[in-house]
Design a protein around this ligand. Structure first.
Ligand SMILES: N[C@@H](CCC(=O)N[C@@H](CS)C(=O)NCC(=O)O)C(=O)O
Length: 209
């Protein structure tokens, strides 16, 4: 059975959401964040201490969007993957990666130098600069969504999970106040999915010692 190491609302949420969308059986290992402080034994599993970490038989993976692609392709067809023969194949790959490297990573930098730093060590300039970086990159998402419900292939795919997670993280940082109406409506649409809600429920269950 697929095993997922997860911390509430961390990037591993993408994988949890997909597992619920696909209805795949899985085992969830919930840890307090950050695991390197609260679950030091996890460093034996994943020496960098980051989540997600997924184990599927002999396969181990630690990159959230790559895990999305792995599960959707390997355990499909579910419509969440886009096939190479489809017109949207390139767009699908692009948005799936974009959600992490262009939209989530800069937000993680903001978090690191604001909420995750002691007051006297916070760097407002980093927050200001990287907020602009994220908003600028979101303009591409806004353009892509004009007249569409989902990013590509006229259906919900893992690209929407990847970007949806980044938008969800933006809410934590208060960036959602600057989302365009198109992006806000899109976020509401995808975050109202039953699998998203189920994933949120699953991460609430505290592991018994
Ligand atoms: N690019 C990786 C990033 C993974 C990552 O940095 N995860 C963060 C949580 S969102 C983490 O585990 N940080 C813990 C730490 O830095 O100690 C992915 O998309 O999975």
């Amino acid at each position: 059975v697929i095993k997922l190491f997860h911390c509430s609302d961390a990037r591993s949420f993408r994988v949890l959401w997909l597992l619920e969308e696909m209805g795949l059986p899985y085992e969830l290992e919930l840890m307090a964040f950050p695991p390197r402080l609260h679950a030091p034994e996890y460093l034996k599993v994943n020496p960098t201490g980051t989540v997600p970490f997924m184990i599927d038989g002999a396969t181990t993976m630690n990159e959230s969007t790559a895990i999305l692609q792995y599960l959707a392709v390997k355990y499909g067809p579910s419509g969440l993957e886009v096939k190479a023969s489809e017109e949207s194949f390139g767009a699908w790959l692009n948005w799936t990666q974009f959600g992490e490297s262009e939209l989530t990573y800069p937000q993680a930098v903001i978090l690191r130098y604001t909420l995750f730093s002691a007051k006297d060590q916070q760097l407002p300039r980093v927050q200001e600069d990287y907020t602009q970086v994220v908003l600028n990159r979101l303009s591409l998402v806004d353009t892509a969504l004009q007249g569409k419900e989902y990013l590509c292939a006229d259906r919900f795919t893992i690209a929407d999970i990847s970007i949806g997670y980044a938008l969800m993280l933006g809410r934590v940082l208060g960036l959602d106040k600057q989302y365009t109406p198109t992006i806000s409506a899109y976020m509401e649409r995808i975050l109202s999915r039953p699998a998203y809600k189920a994933a949120r429920q699953k991460q609430k269950v505290v592991k018994k010692e």
